[in-house]
Design a binder for this molecule. Structure first.
Ligand code: PAP
Length: 333
């Protein structure tokens, strides 16, 4: 079923203004704002851009989330491969609980976003209701699109682990542009590629600026490699088995020789592959808890799709920004 225009209008209103608390209402008028795409405006809070409803969730999780040393937080900027990483990490840490990937595995009947909740877009988005996280047995797995600077303090102070995934900004942008168009509100034309590109390059993009977001986690991963693991979509695509094992080691749950000989690692990779997840009935119908259709999270799942859509000037421009921000820090795409 196509997401109806009415549903998308509800999403855009939801992101814009739906049900925000007093603190958020008072904060918004004090923040810089810019034209949004899916909602009318985005606001800059702590240096990054958000829809109003999401600022509600950010304030709440910053205030209330209490990290445990055993927690695992999966972090991305949108369209970097969040859905894939959620699936991989869920399957990885629950591999003893759900050994049968063919019959009763939760990923066969639930979208990864419903198994690994976001703080700001899910658990903490209700202004009146805080989540009860006490009942979740460790290790608890959460996700967020927040920058390092904006993480709840207890995440930085505790020994919980952070797994950060990013992607070539050109593919991140192209994926974002397609995504925004799929969820755009009623009666809106396709968003002009050039205008969305210009906003992205200025840093005005949901949870952006892209470059500051990535750099924050890159620096942290160099400083505290036991705390923050830094991954690239392109590298996991190229060597999935190697990186799955690296994630397992980082989370201190490495694969045993016996598991490897049984092919548990390959089973997880097959279960979480783009081909498998995107063809599951659950991911073709229905919506995730934050009102986006499940199928919207699966498009092409390839490296280098930017070659099909960006002009030579755009490529040059975005490469120049990337070089400017990243080269002195030894980060390359
Ligand atoms: P989100 O941050 O809004 O949750 P996210 O999952 O990061 O979205 O981005 C979706 C991208 O990941 C899509 O990329 P594309 O637009 O370039 O195709 C989507 O196809 C890709 N993706 C989703 N699932 C997988 C997967 N299992 N393996 C590889 N790529 C995937």
């Amino acid at each position: 079923m196509e997401n109806s225009n009415d549903e998308n209008t509800i999403l855009s209103e939801f992101l814009q203004q739906h049900d925000i608390g007093q603190e958020c209402k008072e904060l918004l008028p004090t923040l810089p704002l810019e034209k949004g795409w899916v909602a009318t405006h985005v606001y800059q809070y702590q240096g990054f851009w958000f829809y109003p409803k999401i600022i509600q969730g950010v304030l709440s999780c910053q205030k209330h989330f209490q990290a445990l040393d055993t927690d695992i937080v999966l972090i991305t900027i949108p369209k970097s491969g969040t859905t894939w990483l959620k699936a991989l990490m869920f399957a990885l840490i629950n591999r003893n609980k759900y050994p049968n990937i063919h019959s009763d595995h939760p990923l066969l009947t639930k979208n990864p976003h419903d198994l690994v909740p976001f703080w700001e877009i899910g658990l903490y988005s209700d202004k009146d209701l805080l989540p009860d996280l006490q009942t979740i047995s460790p290790p608890r797995l959460f996700s967020t699109h927040l920058s390092y600077e904006s993480l709840p303090k207890s995440v930085k102070d505790s020994s919980c682990k952070v797994v950060y995934l990013c992607r070539d900004p050109k593919d991140t942008f192209v994926s974002l542009w397609h995504f925004l168009n799929k969820i755009r509100p009623k009666n809106r034309e396709t968003f002009p590629l050039e205008e969305v590109f210009e906003s992205f390059c200025r840093g005005v993009t949901p949870f952006g600026p892209f470059w500051e977001h990535v750099l924050g986690y890159w620096k942290k991963s160099l400083e505290s490699p036991k705390k923050v693991m830094f991954l690239k979509y392109e590298e996991i695509k190229m060597r999935p088995n190697f990186y799955l094992k690296e994630i397992a080691k980082f989370l201190e749950c490495p694969f045993s020789k016996e598991e490897e000989s049984k092919g548990v690692d390959d089973d997880i990779l097959n279960l979480c592959s783009f081909e498998n997840l995107s063809n599951l009935e659950v991911n073709k119908i229905g919506t995730v808890s934050f009102k986006v259709e499940n199928k919207t999270f699966f498009r092409r799942g390839q490296v280098g799709d930017w070659k099909n859509i960006l002009t030579t000037d755009m490529i040059e421009h975005i490469n120049t920004i990337t070089e400017l921000f990243f080269s002195k820090h030894g980060l390359k795409f």
